[in-house]
Design a protein around this ligand. Structure first.
Ligand code: MTE
Length: 313
């Protein structure tokens, strides 16, 4: 797995962990000093995200600067560029929010996000995250185990896959007015992938609720796969017998396979996947070698035993 101690990581890979720690102190101080006062909703919500226990799958790694992780994003519902969704996504209303559960499960229906949150233990996971466009970052996510959440809906034996869908609202999500992708954004996992303890649902990052541009109020985080699997602003989860047709498979099947496991040995048709740029590092910092399964192979390789990973991309 990617668990490396700080001494095993080159200093160039350590992107301002002190900044993250300082920010954490600042949030705690702000929360303490305003305790008892009437706070705006956002601060109240953020307070719940401070001091969540670090999950056992978290790695000791250099954490990417919050400003980099929050301002260099991929969110095609708003824009195809990496910087403007910070502003464009501000208009997205994330409360109240509900998630509809459909398909091969005993418990289906529409559930308020607050109720889902009440039933799931919040924890922090510090995960390496690798984007198909060849940059990587390390983000302290806050959320809960995907598998544990899914089990609460009692999937039937017919449930072989799970499909996730993003909100469709072209009035606010102005990128949905273009045909750059098939809307709404859909992603999927095989059931055993979804049940793997590393698969995570995030509602926060860096001790705070998720910024809108990073997928608030609920997104998937699958650390051993390319970032496009980690779907944002989820409104629907459907258990299916057949492999879901994902937005990227529909739009560019030869470029984005269903599995999307990080694999430095398989080039994307338009670029090599063997190396990655560390988000926030200086331009003089050499790129790092991409690791198979993004460094999580010891945990997840067994899910793909017997599969040809240069075909099942
Ligand atoms: N989810 C939705 N709904 N729309 C998107 O455009 N982009 C994906 C993924 N989830 C995307 C999405 C891609 S390509 C990446 S790399 C990650 O989100 C980026 O996550 P980040 O912006 O929080 O870094």
């Amino acid at each position: 797995m990617i668990i490396k101690t700080l001494s095993e990581i080159k200093s160039s890979e350590i992107t301002k962990e002190t900044h993250f720690k300082n920010r954490r102190k600042l949030i705690k101080a702000a929360a303490a000093s305003t305790a008892g006062l009437l706070l705006p909703d956002i601060s109240q919500a953020a307070k719940a995200y401070i001091n969540v226990p670090i999950g056992k799958y978290s790695a000791t790694l250099g954490v990417t600067d919050f400003e980099d992780a929050a301002n260099y994003t991929n969110y095609y519902e708003f824009t195809t560029n990496k910087t403007d969704s910070t502003v464009l996504a501000r208009g997205l209303k994330t409360t109240p929010w509900s998630v509809t559960i459909e398909g091969e499960a005993e418990k289906t229906g529409t559930f308020q996000l607050e109720d889902i949150l009440k039933n799931n233990l919040l924890e922090e996971r510090i995960y390496r995250f690798r984007c198909v466009e060849a940059w990587s970052m390390v983000v302290p996510w806050i959320g809960f185990s995907l598998g544990k959440m899914l089990k609460q809906f009692k999937p039937t034996s017919k449930a072989k896959y799970v499909e996730f869908t993003t909100l469709y609202d072209p009035d606010i999500m102005i990128g949905q007015r273009s045909k750059v992708l098939h809307w709404p954004y859909v992603e999927g996992l095989r059931m055993d992938e979804a049940m793997h303890p590393l698969a995570f649902m995030a509602t926060g990052m860096y001790d705070d609720i998720l910024p809108n541009q990073n997928g608030a109020p609920l997104r998937l985080v699958v650390p051993w796969k390319y970032g496009f699997k980690s779907i944002k602003a989820i409104v629907k989860i459907r258990f299916t017998e057949k492999m879901p047709l994902t937005a990227w498979n529909r739009s560019a099947p030869n470029e984005y396979g269903f599995y999307a496991n990080v694999n430095p040995n398989v080039s994307h048709p338009r670029w090599s996947q063997s190396r990655e740029r560390i988000l926030g590092a200086s331009i003089f910092t050499p790129k790092r070698q991409t690791e198979i399964f993004n460094g999580y192979g010891a945990h997840v390789a067994k899910l793909y035993a017997g599969m040809n990973l240069s075909k099942s991309i």
